[in-house]
Design a protein around this ligand. Sequence first.
Ligand SMILES: Cc1cc2nc3c(=O)[nH]c(=O)nc-3n(C[C@H](O)[C@H](O)[C@H](O)COP(=O)(O)OP(=O)(O)OC[C@H]3O[C@@H](n4cnc5c(N)ncnc54)[C@H](O)[C@@H]3O)c2cc1C
Length: 403
Amino acid sequence: MVGRDRILVVGGGPVGSTAAWLLALAGIPVTLIEAEEGVQIDYRASTFHPPTLDLFEESGITGALLDRGLKCPVWQFRDRREGRIAEFDLGAISDETSYPFRLQCEQFKLVEWLYGRLAADGNAEILFRHRVTGVSQGDDGVTVSCDTPAGPVEIAGSWLIAADGGRSTVRRELGIAFEGFTHPEHFLVAGTQYDFRAHMPDICSVNYTADPVEWFLLLEIPDMWRVVVPVETTVGPDDAITDRHLQNALQNLLPREGDYPILVRAIYRVSQRVARTYRKGRAFLAGDAAHINNPLGGMGLNGGLHDALGLCGRLARVWHGDAGEAELDGYEAQRRPEAVNAINAITERNKKLMEERDPEVRQRNLDEMRAIAADPRRAREFMLNAAMITSLRRSGMLGTTTV
Ligand SMILES: Cc1cc2nc3c(=O)[nH]c(=O)nc-3n(C[C@H](O)[C@H](O)[C@H](O)COP(=O)(O)OP(=O)(O)OC[C@H]3O[C@@H](n4cnc5c(N)ncnc54)[C@H](O)[C@@H]3O)c2cc1C
């Protein structure tokens, strides 16, 4: 019966690999289809929020992240001129989560772990160097066309999860609009082992620093510090990533004699977009294929992992015959409002807060952040929101680990 055939997952990034792992754990045969030939080492997500760690305990993902990551219980909102404005200690919400910290761990380390688990699992197969180019579907199955080194192939399954990233081919093939906008500026990421803490003694591991000219995000990850800064729209991406530009950005952040040692550099275009619908027939969108946002707040991948959990739980119930197909309608109803009203809204608000240029509004913002941090009730509410707990509760996901 085709309806109980394997489930296809397109895209072996963190969201697709997680979805494949959740399905394999639920006893469902799954094929993960990835265009590249192995793990993509890139320096995008590193922040995992407390409820993500709560929700993924059962799957083993939380344990893998804890083994590889850095626990950061405290984070700061700062101003480039005035220094520390507000500090938030997640210990204050330890009654809401077993993990009252942000865990800093590069996303490729999670993918590496997942590929290892999937390779060893009898329910799962990973097809590398398979680039999906087309999708077709009928009443009880879905087929993808792929380009492979051995020529084109077709792969059939019962359902399809498209986790093939922000430029999703599957989303395009399904004709689903990706509504929203792209920011004019790029974001530049630099990684260095320079010991910022020795020279900026009042920082902590996660520091958001507002500035009307050049805000910056300074993040500690297990092997280095990561700096994210905006690039003026007059500077092209190729120029932005040169040594000279990177050194200038770091010297602006903290002047020092001599160059910074730079281990990692990357440049990203940043958008706020959400797919018009998360489902077409037997195909579903998840992760960046469904929603993308700026990284200020560390919510994109967390949200994508929450998509995978919500969707795979439903698919597992339907696949095993424990629920009818109407169960699957709940996925979009649960996850799309979260992308629009929480993930995109909060990250966009964070960006405005960081870059505000009007001196009066800027001063009001700083005063407001100080007032929030100084009031335990408001600080708690703020942290629950920033840690995605409020919105996950609203959507009914917390406390419902479903696979
Ligand atoms: C600078 C930066 C920092 C960030 N920091 C954070 C953070 O701290 N916390 C957070 O939660 N989020 C963060 N994000 C967002 C996060 O990186 C993304 O949300 C996350 O990578 C999405 O994962 P994904 O698996 O959906 O997509 P991707 O990681 O883009 O993976 C998509 C996969 O699909 C494959 N693929 C693409 N097309 C095809 C095809 N046609 N056929 C087969 N395979 C295909 C690709 O090769 C890739 O492996 C950050 C983003 C940026 C740019």
